[in-house]
Design a protein around this ligand. Sequence first.
Ligand code: NAP
Length: 216
Amino acid sequence: MKITVIGAGNMARGIATRALAGGHTVTITAKDADKAVRLADELREQNHGDGPVGAADDLAVDDADIVILAVPFEAAKQLAASYGARLNGKVLVDISNPVDTSLDALVVAPGTSAAEQIAAAAPPQARVVKAFNTTFATTLAAGEVHGTPLDVFIAGDDEAARRKVADLVRSGGLNPVDVGALKHARELEGFQLLHMALQIREGGHGWASTIKIIAS
Ligand SMILES: NC(=O)c1ccc[n+]([C@@H]2O[C@H](COP(=O)([O-])OP(=O)(O)OC[C@H]3O[C@@H](n4cnc5c(N)ncnc54)[C@H](OP(=O)(O)O)[C@@H]3O)[C@@H](O)[C@H]2O)c1
């Protein structure tokens, strides 16, 4: 698949690494084109997968099967609106954690979620999926914690879009967990607020833990 990652920070690096490991074609685009080029060069040097890593301008979204918003929540909302009709038919992945700076509360009101707000800002035919918000960037590099593949929780109202993201996740060596409708992003975001808060407590996990469901 053709994956376009918007953003050139830690999560862009982590998700692009897994997508390349899965054999996908990855394009990185960012508001600072130099940063996108640098990340693309870094990934190419690491020789992840066979697919080329291009750093193109924002036209990269037009060609994508999946567009990943690897930017902060407010920026993701703005980008979903500003790309507008160009996102129609695309699978648009929100990975954001809308948390306050003290990791004490969500900044979205109860009864909604960042993902739902991004979906409201996006054009009606964009297929918004929440994914990757519970996987720390550091853990995405290896794709595992203690030899166990990361779970990636996936929420979205379009079943085919959820399946597409699940295929991306699986191909990169991770374990997709389909949680159903986009409204379940509320639980995923609340879930991850606690996970993040645990990192800064004494005895925290150094941003190297993951949330996983284990069944017999
Ligand atoms: N870090 C994690 O472990 C983790 C885990 C799960 C989910 N997340 C979520 O992933 C998203 C990205 O986090 P990150 O850790 O990758 O952050 P990061 O390393 O700071 O990277 C953020 C990227 O977003 C860009 N950006 C910031 N404001 C923007 C704007 N207004 N318009 C366009 N681009 C903008 C930045 O560009 P500049 O550098 O040029 O400013 C940078 O490329 C966030 O929503 C976060 O909640 C993070």
